[in-house]
Design a protein. Structure first.
Lengths: 229, 229, 229, 229
DNA sequence: CATGAATGAGCGTTCATTCAT
DNA sequence: AATGAATGAACGCTCATTCAT
């Protein structure tokens, strides 16, 4: 896991002294990583700090060198998990070059990568489950992650509408509809799907179907005429 | 405390017993209702039986007259919450009369009603959060609710494809994509949205947008030509 | 509390039911008694709640049915220990009949009885040891016990001076000098003297000597001539 | 923190080593001084070694270079605090010259000085509070300090009686009565009085009143006739 | 000599569970 | 049937103690 860091060419025997210092710096994220895994699996309250410590390979007391309380650990887990999610999306939006469909698809695809390949998806599930118990954290998360993410999609949709690539629509609502399958699939994989590992590897198929439906809808071209209820 | 009930003059103990009997039958669902509310709000582990009892207006010991343990209560909550959800959908499917689009729309609309107007949505959130801690319950839930619900949508989609109303598609995956916005919105309302009650009343707008996108997709008719990545 | 409802006349065999109730009422003082004993012996911090519970013959959890925390238990110990100490002294003072010397002696004697025959002396030691850790409690104790006790002695001294039985003196300071041997002896018995039980039974001798010195001083009548430094 | 001492011009690294050596000898008593202060304020059990170290300006590990354990530190605190208290008194007694009243007064005055101007009074309070937890230390303290101190007063009283300056009395008991106001005042100042700094400066007045009462008693000369109870 | 990261036994506190009433 | 007092195992957190640096 952390073995590759020393491999910078010539250096030879320093690792001895570094061990302490490296640990000291590396510890917090080792700990939050362990905590995230267990929080996601069992929930905040059902996770014992002994287990977090054991999973991180330290003693229980060590946790308290880095975090004041279980709650502080939770907050750190969320905070750390939030950091890098949306930056690529914002960068992508900033470069106006992309064609609307490709822009949206690229953004969603990138999110999918992050949500399924990093622990970020776990943060999402965790935050959803514990929002009621940690209102302030939830508030923070909502502003820093959710609102921001929705804003990205909103912009992408608006541009597409303006460019004529997308149909006119209730953009505000559409944002939720567009994102939902992505988030839901991730949540799914962190709850039920951990048991029936079947669909875990079908990411490709899921994405294709997702984009296809998202862009063109269910209806065959002949049947695309309806009124609202 | 409530000892005055026996001291009501001549008519002796029938009304009292009536009350008792009525209570006796009603109790379990009063208790599971209270439990569900708290489980959804705080999670299983963070919910104290004292609070459940208090919310149901009984003493803590009374819970154990109806449920063997906290876990048994949890299972009862799930079981009770599962019962009636899908039956209308299955009935709807059984009557082959409906036109595919209306069929799907009707089914989803009915689900939405139930998920947002009854505590069933809470069960869904609860089960998602606790699946890791109650594998057997999760298994059961998956088979009795999720698989069955997916099967309904799957059938509806297949019929639509066969009838030419829906485009050919990867039905297996499409099921998730179709259902996701509905479930996600419900989950949302049980976690973050309890805080920002804004969108709570936008159900109508959400549904319109959802169906519109679901059926016709984002793209304007001119731009419906793309390859997969 | 609500037990009176069934008590309609001739009832006979109720003691069985009373056990619970009697315990419920008796418990708090059983617990504070146990706690006082251990707090005095070992100090607040060094006393484990397990030990308090064991000494009181209950389980550790039971403590929390009656006291919110260890600190609350401490406060209850102090509060309960304070209750009845000074009332007899105040009554004594209120009856103006007594001759000054007898008044003072009677009051001090009564205190001595209470301090050495009840756990009140322990409270004094405890409060002295823990005043630094519980400022508010100390404040309260000082006002409710110490200041009040000093006021009693002060009044007694003043009356004696006015009546000509006592010499003119710095009454304010004299109060401390008068009380000190009493309190000190009690403190002593709760710390060192618990080890060398020798002087424990010399209460009589101690009191005689105390009163004798207090009233007449060390000096023989011939040598009572000195200046202040 | 106090690093400015080394900055005296050109000399390079000698002062540094000097400082080390000087520290090395001074350390133990710096540490016990810090420990005493906290032990007196909070009690033994409630004092954390981190706080002792912090107050002494060293790291926690350093404590263990000088003391094997917290208990060893406690013993050192007591031992160090005991050292020089009684020697002047013994010297005073050894020189038979003084007149009895002046001898006693001189001895008590000297003790007062030491008890109120040095941390020794704190040791007394500490030992009183912790005697139950450290029987051997208490035993040692009793023999080395208390018994010795009482012996001094006893001798002084006996001489006074023999010389006719003091009345015949129960010398054994009188010792306690004589010392009590002194000790009690000191204890007081280390517990309650730390909060109401009022009387802190009244040492002079207290001593005057103390000596006056001690020697001549409360009673006016006319009223010095009474029987024992 | 000095540091401070790491440890783990121990304690205060909670809460699911039991049972006498 | 219903209560609520009592229990005790379990967990969060602390802090004396150790040891690699």
């Amino acid at each position: 896991m952390n073995g590759s860091s020393t491999a910078s060419g010539c250096a030879v025997e320093q690792p001895a002294r570094h061990k302490h210092l490296r640990r000291k710096e590396a510890r917090p994220s080792e700990l939050t990583a362990a905590a995230l895994a267990l929080f996601v699996e069992k929930g905040f309250a059902a996770t014992r700090l002994d287990d977090v410590a054991a999973l991180a390979g330290v003693s229980k007391g060590t946790l308290y060198l880095y975090f004041d309380s279980k709650e502080a650990l939770f907050k750190a887990v969320i905070r750390e998990g939030m950091v890098p999610v949306l930056e690529r999306g914002e960068a992508l939006l900033a470069s106006e070059t992309a064609e609307p469909v490709a822009l949206l698809r690229g953004m969603l695809l990138d999110w999918w990568e992050q949500l399924s390949k990093t622990p970020i998806g776990g943060v999402q599930k965790l935050m959803m489950a514990e929002a009621g118990n940690f209102p302030e954290v939830a508030q923070y998360y909502q502003e820093a992650v959710i609102d921001r993410g929705q804003a990205l999609v909103r912009t992408a949709l608006r541009r597409g509408v303006e460019a004529g690539a997308f149909r006119p629509m209730d953009v505000e609502m559409a944002v939720s509809v567009v994102i939902a399958p992505l988030l839901h699939e991730v949540l799914w994989r962190h709850s039920f799907a951990s048991r029936c590992a079947a669909s875990t590897l079908d990411g490709r198929r899921f994405l294709e179907c997702y984009f296809d439906l998202l862009l063109k809808g269910l209806c065959s071209s002949s049947g695309a005429r309806e009124e609202r209820s």
